[in-house]
Design a protein around this ligand. Structure first.
Ligand code: GRG
Length: 304
């Protein structure tokens, strides 16, 4: 590996590490545990949102916001909100009624650590709090921007986005015959929509022109698919120790995935192509795109 690449990788790791610390510290402040019996749901929300994850979505918010010189405090608020929605989706996805998983991020899933009802409530609490955070004056001084953020996150997370994708995914478990077009649509909804929101959030906060926002959407689209292919590859080739969650689940469920359809080698090649495409969308910007370029590479080379 040449020294230029090593320097860039170190800069990326340092920036990601800073983002994790700052976002976690904000989430910590946003979910203080009160006295009284309701404390249990606060503890379960903290367990889910502060677990050892990559904080990829908040990192994308911070980096897209940097392109428009948005105040760090505003971007962190949005990053915390999107991480709460992501954490809620993992808590509910792991429940017995859905994936029925015992392991997430290398430790007991929320419902195993607490109980099923508390996990449902913790997910509900995180989802609701995310919108409270976006609506707060700390997120942006202009109420129209806050309103646009609320609306964009609702679209990405709800039935027209992640929730719709999760429904499609549950139905797809019984449809090993799904083709690549159907799988692409499923993943765009289930994981792509929240990633797209994270990338576009900076443009919303910075009141950027439409064509710039569309460039970020293009980047997010290709990044989201590359991320999902990498996830499918990890399910086949990764280890439970590294990913912190069970592996081999898709094959056991007989699910159609990018890897089951394309095979591992073609899927890997497709992911690399998507990374190149994602990065090309950033050419419209003059500066500050290096970390977004690195993120695209990180997404396909990650082991967890
Ligand atoms: C329950 C409404 C509802 C939706 C759940 C996102 C999702 C929909 C389920 C997660 C299942 C899954 C493993 C999807 C594959 C892609 C994905 C979202 C992986 C987890 O995200 P990472 O890798 O996780 O960013 P960390 O732990 O790093 O935050």
């Amino acid at each position: 590996m040449n020294s230029q690449v090593q320097t860039e990788e170190r800069a990326f790791e340092a920036a990601l590490g800073d983002a994790v610390r700052e976002v976690d510290s904000l989430i910590d402040r946003l979910i203080p545990v009160p006295p009284g019996p309701e404390a249990r749901v606060f503890e379960a929300m903290r367990y889910a949102a502060l677990g050892p994850g990559k904080r990829l979505r908040p990192f994308l918010v911070l980096q897209s916001a940097r392109l428009f010189h948005v105040a760090r405090r505003s971007a962190l608020q949005v990053g915390a909100a999107v991480e709460m929605v992501h954490a809620y989706s993992l808590v509910h996805d792991d429940l017995p009624a859905m994936d029925d998983s015992d392991l997430r991020r290398g430790r007991a899933t929320c419902h195993k650590q607490f109980d099923d009802a508390t996990a449902v409530l913790a997910g509900d609490g995180l989802l609701t709090l995310a919108f409270e955070v976006l609506a707060h004056a700390d997120t942006h001084g202009d109420p129209a921007v806050r309103c646009e953020l609320v609306s964009a996150l609702a679209l990405a997370a709800g039935n027209q986005g992640m929730v719709g994708g999760q429904m499609f995914d549950l139905i797809a478990e019984h449809r090993p015959d799904l083709d690549i077009g159907a799988i692409t649509r499923l993943q765009r909804l289930k994981t792509g929509a929240l990633i797209a929101f994270s990338c576009e959030a900076g443009a919303i906060l910075g009141k950027a022109p439409h064509e710039v926002r569309m460039a970020l959407r293009g980047y997010a689209h290709d990044l989201g698919l590359a991320f999902q292919i990498a996830d499918d590859l990890l399910d086949v080739e990764g280890s439970s120790d590294a990913t912190g969650k069970p592996v081999g689940q898709d094959a056991v469920a007989g699910k159609a995935t990018f890897v089951s359809i394309l095979g591992a080698e073609r899927a890997r090649a497709q992911a690399r192509l998507l990374v190149d495409q994602a990065v090309a969308h950033l050419d419209i910007f003059d500066a500050n795109t290096e970390l977004l370029r690195q993120t695209a590479r990180f997404v396909v080379e990650r082991h967890a």
